[in-house]
Write a protein that binds this ligand. Structure first.
Ligand SMILES: [Zn+2]
Ligand SMILES: [Zn+2]
Length: 367
């Protein structure tokens, strides 16, 4: 039986190589070995080999299992998709799978759900609780599918071999063929007395509350993987994962740009002219902002570190506040006469400009 070469060795990377390094190593090799550019059969086998290795090492879950168990897979269980991949790329018979029954043990399926967060929850992170429907191991039979007090027995059709052999005569002589046993699905086991609770499946549909932490700084459209909270496995196999699609409610106050937040603050014409302090509501609570006397509309003030935390590392973005100066529109008689008096003092005609056309000036574009 041929031994499978170490996958890291195949790609020429170390065991602690990052996903970027693995991808780069594969690309580099694939460029010279790809069948489109290289017809040498030896190179084509090598191309299959590096592609097989890359398929496994580029998938975090498969890589983890490979690191843990090697190509042979967990003890007492088939390696599932990894072994299948080897078979696909190397035409089977390569690797360590022995002929005989397949184990019934299977990993549970991943489940996909959505979680809707408030804007503040997406910024600071939050513990979430969700009600989900999933397949859980049957309590009645302990997951093996057999009526309590009985257990799965050797398949009568294949006598536990998991495959059925037949002999055909042909012009070339006697040909022996083996096909997977249909009666037991190739597992070599049959359940004669099925569990009433699960009908022999070993799993039942349940509605469960799952809770998990959403890290600070997530964005709309991101997927979170919650390990082991998907469907339970079959016959004691590991549970699948829960994939949580993140949705974020827009904020009334802020627009997020990367890790910075942007908001607009309305300032009265007198405040902008005379200056003063204003309190503004940030995600961290009220903050004092200084408005300098003579502030122009469009001035941007920066509150350092009041933005969104960097996802998965320290530090936060900033909060930028654009000042918008409001021109009053509902003047009382008294206010109007005060403003007219001001215009007079400043030599500014209340309306028009005495027939002298004013000059424009070039605009300044920000950013
Ligand atoms: Zn059951
Ligand atoms: Zn069978």
């Amino acid at each position: 039986m041929a031994a499978v070469r170490d996958l890291y060795e195949i790609l020429g990377v170390t065991r602690d190589a990052s996903s970027v390094e693995i991808k780069a190593a594969y690309r580099k090799l694939a460029r010279t070995l790809h069948p489109d550019v290289n017809a040498d059969p030896a190179d084509q086998d090598r191309f299959k080999e590096i592609t097989g290795a890359y398929e496994i090492l580029s998938d975090p879950a498969k890589r983890r299992r490979y690191d843990e168990f090697g190509a042979a897979g967990p003890p007492g269980a088939p390696f599932g998709d990894i072994q299948d991949l080897f078979d696909m790329f190397f035409g089977g018979g390569f690797g360590t799978r022995s002929r005989g029954p397949r184990s019934r043990v299977r990993r549970g399926e991943d489940l996909r759900v959505r979680a809707r967060l408030t804007f503040a929850e997406s910024v600071f992170g939050a513990r979430q609780e969700l009600q989900i429907e999933r397949l859980s191991a049957c309590d009645t039979c302990g997951g093996n599918g057999a009526r309590p007090g009985t257990s799965p027995t050797t398949c009568r059709t294949c006598a536990g071999a998991g495959e059925v052999q037949s002999v055909r005569r042909s012009i070339f002589g006697t040909v022996m063929t083996a096909t997977p046993c249909v009666a037991c699905g190739g597992t070599g086991e049959e359940i004669r007395d099925r569990c009433d609770a699960c009908g022999g499946e070993g799993r039942v549909r349940t509605s469960d509350t799952v809770s998990f932490d959403v890290p600070a700084g997530v964005v709309e459209g991101m997927d979170l993987r919650v390990g082991g909270q998907g469907n339970d496995g079959v016959a004691g196999g590991p549970a699948g994962d829960l994939i949580v699609g993140i949705e974020v409610e827009p904020s009334e106050a802020f627009v997020r740009q990367g890790e910075d937040l942007h908001g607009v603050l309305d300032v009265s014409i007198t405040q902008a002219t005379l200056g003063g302090d204003v309190e503004v509501e940030t995600l961290d609570g009220p903050e004092r902002l200084r408005i300098e006397p003579g502030t122009e509309s469009g001035t941007v003030l920066r509150l350092k570190g009041k933005g969104v935390p960097h996802l998965g590392r320290r530090g936060r973005g900033d909060l930028f506040v654009t000042l918008h100066i409001i021109t009053p529109q509902d003047l009382s008689k008294e206010e109007r006469s005060l403003l007219e008096r001001l215009a007079e003092l400043r030599g500014e005609g209340a309306a028009g400009n005495g027939g002298v056309p004013r000059n424009l000036r070039r605009p300044e574009f920000r950013q």
